[in-house]
Ligand binder design. Structure first.
Ligand code: DGY
Length: 325
C-alpha cells in the first residue's frame, strides 16, 4: 500500500520523524530558513499532509490548489498564519499544539517580567562591556534600581492556559491579580483571587500588564495608542503572545514619551526584528527572538503532539487537538 505524502516545513526531532515515517512518505525542509511561499505551494499541490510552523503562510490560495491535502498539522498553539475558515470549507483538518507549551511560555513570561523589573539585561551589559569597572562604582545605594513585585498588581489580558499559569506564579510572588478576557473564569477567580475587569481597567490599574490572547481580527492592534495612554507611567508591558496584538508604532511612541516604564517582548509584528528597529534603542526594553516555547521538553512534546494528530488522521480517528471540529 502506498503511504500518504507528508511535507514537514522544518526539521523536527529525529525520533518523531522516524515515527512519522512508519505511516507517511516524509519529506523534510532541512534549511534553517522557512521555505518560500512558492515552495510551500508546490509541496501543498502534491501532498496529503503538511506540518507547518507559524512562519508558513497557509492561505486560501494555497489551500485551494492543494487537491490531495487533508490535514495541516501546525507546530504551535497559535495558528493565525492559517486560513482556518477556508480549510474548513475545503474539508481540510487543521490541528495545533495546545497545552504542552503552557509551562515553557509562562516561565519565559516570568523571565521577561523579572528581566525588565530588575533591569537584568541592562545590568549584564553594564558588567560585560566594562562600564561597571570603568566607572569604579562598586556597590552604590542608587545603582541599577528596579521595582519589587510583591504587593503590585499583575494584569493578565487573556486568561487561557498560559495567562492562568502566569497568574498563578504572580500569586506566589504576592501580587494582586486582575484579568480581562472575553468571558469570566469564576474558578480562576476563586483559586487566584483574581478580579475580572474591563480591558481599560486592567490597563489603567496594573503595574505589570501581560498579554496572552491569540491574534485574531478582534485582537489585532488591541493595544494601540489610546490603550497605552491608559497605562500607569510606571507600568511594564509584557508580550509573549503575538506581536500584532500591539501596535508597534504606538508602543515606540509610548516608550519615547514615557507613557510606560518599560517592556518585555518575545514577539513582534515583523519577525525577525531588524537590528536597526526603533525598539532596539531602549534600555528599558528586553527583546527576545520568539522563544516562549523553546525548551527541549516542550519542543519535543509539541513535535510528539503533531505526530499524534497526523497518526490519528492516518488511522481514521479524529486528531486529538483539532482546531476546526
Ligand atoms: C505558539 O505555539 O503559538 C508559539 O508562538 C510558538 O511556540
Amino acid at each position: 500500500m502506498t503511504k500518504p505524502k507528508l511535507f514537514i516545513s522544518r526539521e523536527l526531532f529525529p525520533d518523531v520523524i522516524e515515527k512519522l515515517m512508519q505511516y507517511f512518505e516524509v519529506e523534510v525542509w532541512d534549511r534553517f530558513q522557512a521555505p518560500p511561499y512558492e515552495v510551500l505551494l508546490e509541496k501543498a499541490r502534491v501532498v496529503d499532509a503538511l506540518v507547518t510552523l507559524l512562519t508558513d503562510r497557509i492561505d486560501c490560495n494555497l489551500l485551494s490548489q492543494a487537491k490531495n491535502l487533508r490535514i495541516v498539522a501546525q507546530l504551535a498553539v497559535g495558528y493565525d498564519n492559517i486560513d482556518v475558515e477556508c480549510a474548513t470549507r475545503l474539508g481540510i483538518y487543521v490541528t495545533n499544539t495546545p497545552g504542552v507549551l503552557t509551562e515553557a511560555t509562562a516561565e519565559l513570561t516570568w523571565a521577561l517580567i523579572l528581566s525588565v523589573a530588575r533591569r537584568i539585561v541592562e545590568a549584564d551589559h553594564y558588567v560585560r562591556w566594562g562600564e561597571w569597572y570603568r566607572t569604579k562604582t562598586g556597590w552604590h545605594p542608587l545603582m541599577m534600581l528596579g521595582v519589587e513585585l510583591k504587593g503590585k498588581t499583575l494584569g493578565i489580558i487573556g486568561l487561557g492556559r498560559i495567562g492562568r499559569r502566569v497568574a498563578e506564579i504572580g500569586k506566589a510572588f504576592g501580587m494582586k491579580i486582575m484579568y480581562y478576557d472575553r468571558s469570566r473564569d469564576e474558578e480562576a477567580e476563586k483559586i487566584l483571587g483574581a478580579e475580572y475587569r474591563s480591558l481599560d481597567e486592567v490597563l489603567s490599574e496594573s503595574d505589570i500588564v501581560s498579554i496572552h490572547v491569540p491574534l485574531t481580527k478582534e485582537t489585532y492592534h488591541m493595544i494601540n495608542e489610546e490603550k497605552l495612554k491608559r497605562m500607569k507611567r510606571t507600568a511594564l508591558l509584557i508580550n509573549t503572545a503575538r506581536g500584532a496584538v500591539i501596535d508597534t508604532d504606538a508602543l515606540v511612541k509610548a516608550l519615547k514619551e514615557g507613557w510606560i516604564a518599560g517592556a518585555g517582548l518575545d514577539v513582534f509584528e515583523e519577525e525577525p526584528l531588524p537590528p536597526n528597529h526603533p525598539l532596539t534603542a531602549f534600555k528599558n526594553v528586553v527583546l527576545l527572538p520568539h522563544i516562549g516555547s523553546a525548551t527541549i521538553e516542550t519542543r519535543h512534546a509539541m513535535a510528539e503532539l503533531v505526530a499524534e494528530n497526523l497518526i490519528a488522521f492516518y488511522q481514521g480517528r479524529e486528531p486529538p487537538t483539532l482546531v476546526n471540529k
